[in-house]
Design a protein around this ligand. Structure first.
Ligand code: MG
Length: 375
C-alpha cells in the first residue's frame, strides 16, 4: 500500500481584503492511497503558509517539500513517516508552522489507518474508554451586552454547564471587559460556570492581579492565557497567588515545549490543540506530562468539524480527560465543512463508533471556498 497523492487545501470564507475572524479560514489535508482510501487532517494555523510547505520546491535534504516525503510511503508506518518528515524539514524550524503542518499529516495518517483496518482512531490509540464527554461552549463576546445576553441565555437553555468567552479584543479594556463578564453572569445566574480567555492581553503579573481583583466577585471557573504564552514566570506567580485556576498552552508545539511550559508555569489546566501540537502522538505524550506534573488536560479546539472529530477520538481513548471545548462559531467552515458535524446535547457529546475520525467532507463547500494560488 502506498501514498499516491497529497492534497493540501486552503479554505477562506472572506475575500482577501476583508479580515477573517477565528474559524473563517482553514487548512485541511487529504492523503490518498493506491487503494482509493484517503485520510483527512487539519491544522488551525496560517493556512497559506502551511500549504506552501507542501508545494515549495525541495532545496536540500533538510528543506524538503512535505508532499515529496509522503509520496510512495506505506501509510501504515506512521512513526517512521513522522521521523522522515522531521529529518527532511529541519530548516523549517522544529516548532510553530512546521509542527502545525505535521499535526495535519499525523491526524490524516491516523484517520487513514482507521479506514484501512475498519476501526476508530480511539481503538488505534489503545481503546475507547468512554461513551460520553462533557462539553463546554466557547464564544467570542460582543461589545453589545444585549447580544451577549441573548447568546448566553441560549447556551444555558441548550444545557451547557460551563461557558467560556474571549477574543475580539476582550482583555484590552478593563471597564468594558468587566461589563461583559457582569452582563453574562447576571444572565446565566450562579448555576452556570464561566471562564474567560484573555489571549495573553493582560501584560504581566501585576496587571493581571489588578484585573482579577476587579472581577473576582463573578466567580470564574478558570482564566485562560492571562499573559503572553512565553511569560512562564508570570504564569507561575498567577497560579500560586490567585484563588482561581490559570490555564494555557494552546500555542505550544511538541512534547518538549509542553514539558517546559507545564513544569514552569504551574497551570491548573494545559490546553494542547491537536491540530497544532503535533497531532494524536503528541496529545498522548502531553496527557502523560499532565499526570507527571499534576495538572488537568482540556484540549483547545475552535476550528472545523475535523478538529472536533479528532479531539473526540483522542478524548475517547484518554483515561483521565473528559471535558471538550465546543465551538459556537457561526463560520460556514465550522457549521458545514463536515457533513456529519458531531452534535452536542444538554452539554454532552455522545462518542459514536466511527471509522478513523469519522468525518464526511462537504466537497461542494470545499469547491466554494478553496483558494488555489500556485507558485
Ligand atoms: Mg484560548
Amino acid at each position: 500500500m502506498k501514498i499516491v497523492k497529497v492534497e493540501p487545501i486552503w479554505l477562506r470564507v472572506k475575500p482577501f481584503n476583508e479580515p477573517c475572524e477565528w474559524g473563517e479560514d482553514a487548512f485541511i489535508l487529504k492523503i490518498h492511497t493506491d487503494n482509493n482510501l484517503y485520510g483527512i487532517g487539519e491544522s488551525d494555523s496560517a493556512a497559506a503558509v502551511l500549504k506552501m510547505m507542501f508545494e515549495q520546491p525541495s532545496t536540500h535534504g533538510s528543506c524538503r517539500n512535505l508532499s515529496e516525503i509522503l509520496l510512495g510511503q506505506d501509510p501504515r508506518n506512521i512513526k517512521k513517516i513522522m521521523d522522515d518528515l522531521l529529518e527532511g524539514s529541519a530548516y523549517y524550524g522544529y516548532s510553530g508552522a512546521l509542527i502545525c503542518a505535521l499535526s495535519a499529516i499525523n491526524i490524516a495518517l491516523y484517520d487513514l489507518l482507521g479506514k484501512i483496518y475498519g476501526v476508530s482512531v480511539a481503538v488505534l490509540l489503545g481503546g475507547k474508554r468512554k461513551d460520553y464527554l462533557n462539553a463546554y461552549a466557547t464564544f467570542i463576546p460582543s461589545q453589545d451586552l444585549k447580544a451577549n445576553a441573548v447568546k448566553a441565555k441560549h447556551l444555558k437553555s441548550e444545557g451547557f454547564k460551563l461557558l467560556k468567552f474571549g477574543g475580539a479584543g476582550f482583555g484590552s479594556n478593563a471597564l468594558s471587559d468587566k461589563e461583559i463578564i457582569q452582563g453574562i453572569r447576571e444572565t446565566v445566574g450562579d448555576e452556570v460556570k464561566l471562564s474567560i480567555d484573555l489571549v495573553g492581553l493582560w501584560k504581566n503579573f501585576s496587571y493581571a492581579r489588578e484585573r482579577f481583583l476587579d472581577i473576582k466577585e463573578y466567580n470564574l471557573e478558570w482564566i485562560e492565557e492571562p499573559v503572553g504564552m512565553n511569560n512562564v514566570c508570570d504564569y507561575a506567580r498567577l497560579s500560586e497567588h490567585l484563588p482561581c485556576k490559570i490555564t494555557g498552552g494552546e500555542g505550544f508545539y511538541t512534547q518538549n515545549e509542553f514539558e517546559n511550559f507545564i513544569k514552569k508555569s504551574k497551570v491548573s489546566i494545559v490546553q494542547p490543540d491537536i491540530t497544532r501540537c503535533g497531532g494524536f502522538d503528541t496529545m498522548v505524550e502531553v496527557e502523560k506530562l499532565s499526570l507527571k506534573y499534576g495538572c488537568d488536560l482540556v484540549p483547545h479546539g475552535f476550528s472545523t468539524g475535523i478538529l472536533l472529530a479528532a479531539t473526540v477520538q483522542f478524548l475517547a481513548s484518554s483515561k483521565h480527560c473528559d471535558l471538550i471545548e465546543y465551538s459556537q462559531s457561526t463560520s460556514a467552515l465550522y457549521t458545514h465543512l463536515v457533513k456529519n458535524l458531531i452534535p452536542c446535547k444538554d452539554g454532552i457529546i455522545a462518542i459514536e463508533d466511527v471509522v478513523g475520525i469519522g468525518v464526511e467532507l462537504n466537497e461542494e463547500l470545499i469547491k466554494q471556498y478553496r483558494i488555489d494560488i500556485k507558485i
